[in-house]
Design a binder for this molecule. Structure first.
Ligand code: AMP
Length: 304
């Protein structure tokens, strides 16, 4: 890392302001870390910031609820927001630059007028691609903008949103962004529920049963580790657990190849398991590697 003393938190809402700040810091040899978020920060986000702070001289945390990745009727307007709390948490975790643009800064003519979008073929076809057909292109487009605004950097993304991580990794490679994408493990509550800003939507009763999504994925992983190879049987096992849970409405459960993210015909221990379940207003997604899920099913909660 460069010999650059950390400074007080620098906050800007403009692209020009962020570029000017980073140009000056790069002039002093600073390595830049980038953590894109939609805010309402929790331990999952802060883990990314801490990792970035341990590897970079400047950590840019962006907080932007990106309209392009929400479809009509989704929770864009209701998405939880806490600007003051976020600024404090981000700074304590090691953020040096907070980028908080208004939608008009990112989309001057409105998100509806954006003509150029980035979509990653194949990786975005299944799972979220089926349930939220415009979502991943909205994510890749805003991340491409952030990569262009920030410039050469290390960019930190969570495995919690694995299709997003895989798509952004492919995008950076295919479009030659000078960005090294770093994937970080999923942070979980003690009962296994993946941390998510949308967990704020859960009523107390829904919150009690929501860990069933992770439990179902772990049971699927345990079955594969025990020798089950039929994805239909594995999906049925996992779906049974969700169906037996009051308040949970299943969207999808898939056994996929870890690189192509396509459903497999024959499951093995290299696979990843993905699921999405709606609990009232909250649509929760999660995924695990079979090896981690099988360890968690045996009671070892260290698996992600
Ligand atoms: P979001 O604010 O939900 O768009 O998430 C911003 C970043 O934080 C993305 O890279 C997410 O994958 C990551 N993230 C969200 N939740 C978690 C979690 N529980 N563990 C690790 N990373 C997470």
């Amino acid at each position: 890392m460069a010999d650059t003393a950390r400074r007080d938190l620098h906050t800007t809402g403009t692209i020009a302001g962020l570029r000017a700040y980073l140009t000056e810091r790069r002039g002093h040899g600073a390595i830049i870390g980038l953590v894109p978020t939609m805010g309402y920060l929790h331990r999952g986000h802060l883990g990314l910031v801490e990792r970035a702070a341990s590897e970079c001289d400047e950590v840019v945390t962006t907080i932007f609820v990106n309209p392009l990745q929400f479809a009509e009727g989704e929770d864009l307007e209701d998405y939880p927001r806490d600007p003051a709390g976020d600024a404090h948490k981000a700074e304590v975790a090691g953020t040096t630059v907070l980028f908080t643009p208004e939608p008009a800064e990112m989309y001057p003519d409105g998100a509806d007028s954006v003509l150029t979008t980035v979509s990653v073929a194949d990786l975005g076809v299944h799972m979220e691609g089926v349930s939220r057909p415009t979502h991943l292109a909205g994510v890749c487009t805003v991340v491409a903008k952030l990569f262009n605004i920030v410039g050469p950097c290390r960019a930190y993304f969570g495995e919690k949103d694995y299709q997003q991580l895989a798509s952004v990794t492919a995008m950076a490679r295919d479009l030659s962004f000078p960005v090294q994408v770093v994937g970080c493990p999923t942070a979980r509550e003690p009962d296994g529920l993946a941390m998510s800003s949308r967990n704020a939507y859960l009523s107390p009763t829904e919150r009690k049963v929501a860990p069933v999504l992770h439990q179902a994925l772990c049971e699927g992983a345990r079955a594969i580790a025990a020798g089950e190879t039929d994805p239909v049987a594995i999906r049925a096992l996992m779906a049974g657990l969700i169906d037996d849970t009051p308040l949970g409405e299943l969207d999808y459960l898939e056994v996929v190849d870890p690189l192509t993210l396509s459903p497999v015909a024959v499951a093995d221990t290299s696979c990843r398991l993905f699921g999405a379940v709606r609990f009232g207003r909250a649509r929760l997604i999660d995924n695990i590697a079979v090896s981690d899920g099988a360890a968690a099913a045996r009671g070892d909660r260290s698996g992600s």
